[in-house]
Design a binder for this molecule. Structure first.
Ligand code: SF4
Length: 406
């Protein structure tokens, strides 16, 4: 379906669309598309919409989804790649508000919305549960005293009349000594539309926490709209892919201050050192002149480490779990001492756990070299988690300016 790209004309005489949430004079087949979206969502199915830039994808998807969701009390999650695209959703909600009751908000994570954490170096790589622990500690020690219970009348005005852009929402909260993150959370289950970055759909940890607030964790209580859907699978693969580099390994080894063991007779430092020595050997032995990568088959450097330390697969998994637990304890101690971020031991333990699990079919694993040295790359080829989530939602709109390569 391709609506025409003629200029928008807003009605001066009230709504002329046959759809209750379409605030503009419909162009081309926009009314038909809105009807198709509502009908397909009513049937509990997904719709893929291809439509060029400037043809009104945002407004038709919102109008169609609202027509389905409002009578059923469902929440619409509008996933965008950038915050400015979420801001555009708020602008369209403001237009809809001229003809119908509607509410909405842009939600962002602590890394962007928390005035105490914004600007901390490497915030993007700090896991959400660590950000939560940092917040709790700042409140406990009085480093953050921002209010967490916003005035309901203010929130109703912001989410039901003004629809501020994300940055403006943060500023308004700041002027009132309110925590913008908690102010947003207070509205999660109460607004028709929540615009979020892709990470809120892609990350299981973030998604489960978020959905608990939006629909008590019930996927059938939401309608999902995915903006720029043609790239979504690629984003999902990239989101689940990861590197283990020498900088992280070095930091983790420096954090192994004593002879703590992760299995009987295996000190953590010795384990990490042996693992990384093997990675280096794999690179030296297998990456020739002019090459930068060596792909592993089913056996990666962990197989050699298992033989060296006489560990079977369970023993290896237990040792890595132990490393992660020790890392988590170190993260907690760091936060208590006012040091932001996660322990490199925890970060390495989590990645090693995934890496060894990566012997399954979900990742293509390799060792690469660049000017900073060797690093491991696990490239995700199976986005099973997010695919499973998408399949669990009875009703979604996948839209894009181009279907390629969807
Ligand atoms: S309460 Fe809000 S502003 Fe304060 S540290 Fe936590 S997230 Fe940041």
């Amino acid at each position: 379906m391709r609506p025409s790209a003629s200029p928008a004309a807003e009605t001066a005489m009230g709504k002329t669309s046959e759809h209750p949430f379409m605030p503009y004079v419909p162009r081309g087949c926009q009314d038909d598309i809105i009807g198709d979206i509502a009908r397909i969502l009513d049937d509990g199915r997904h719709i893929v919409l291809e439509s060029g830039t400037g043809t009104g994808k945002t407004i038709v998807s919102l109008a169609g989804a609202l027509e389905h969701a409002r009578p059923r009390g469902k929440r619409i999650i509008y996933a965008t790649r950038t915050v400015s695209q979420s801001d555009q959703v708020m602008r369209e909600l403001k237009a809809i508000r001229r003809i119908a009751e509607v509410s909405g908000i842009v939600v962002t994570g602590r890394g962007r919305s928390c005035p105490r954490m914004r600007g901390i170096q490497g915030m993007d790589s700090i896991p959400p549960h660590v950000q939560y622990a940092m917040c709790r500690e700042m409140r406990r020690t009085g480093k953050c005293a921002l209010g967490q219970s916003p005035d309901p009348a203010l929130m109703e005005r912001l989410c039901g009349e003004d629809f501020p852009a994300s940055g403006d929402f943060d500023r308004i909260c700041g002027e009132r000594n309110l925590c913008p993150y908690e102010a947003r959370r207070s509205m999660l289950g109460r607004t028709d539309v929540v615009a979020v970055p892709y990470a809120y759909v892609l990350s299981r940890e973030i998604r489960e926490h978020f959905l608990a607030g939006v629909s008590n964790g019930d996927p059938s209580g939401i309608v999902l709209i995915i903006d720029e859907a043609h790239n979504f699978a690629e984003h999902a693969r990239e989101f689940e892919s990861f590197n283990i580099d020498s900088k992280l390994v070095k930091s983790a080894m420096e954090s192994c201050k004593d002879g703590r063991e992760i299995a009987t007779g295996i000190p953590m430092k010795e384990f990490i050192g042996a693992f990384w020595d093997r990675v280096r050997s794999e690179a030296t032995e297998n990456i020739g002149l002019g090459q930068s990568e060596h792909m592993f088959g089913r056996e990666g450097p962990e197989a050699w480490v298992m033989r060296k330390f006489s560990l079977d697969r369970h023993g290896l998994e237990d040792a890595i779990s132990r490393m992660t637990e020790m890392g988590e304890a170190e993260t907690a101690a760091m936060i208590e001492n006012g040091k932001p971020g996660a322990s490199p031991i925890e970060l390495l333990g989590v990645k090693l756990g995934l890496w060894c699990d990566g012997a399954s079919e979900r990742y293509v694993r390799s060792v690469r070299v660049d000017p900073d040295g060797e690093y491991l790359r696990a490239a995700c080829i199976d986005i099973a988690d997010v695919s499973g989530f998408l399949r669990s939602i009875p009703g979604a709109v996948h839209m894009s300016g181009t279907l390629h390569p969807l």
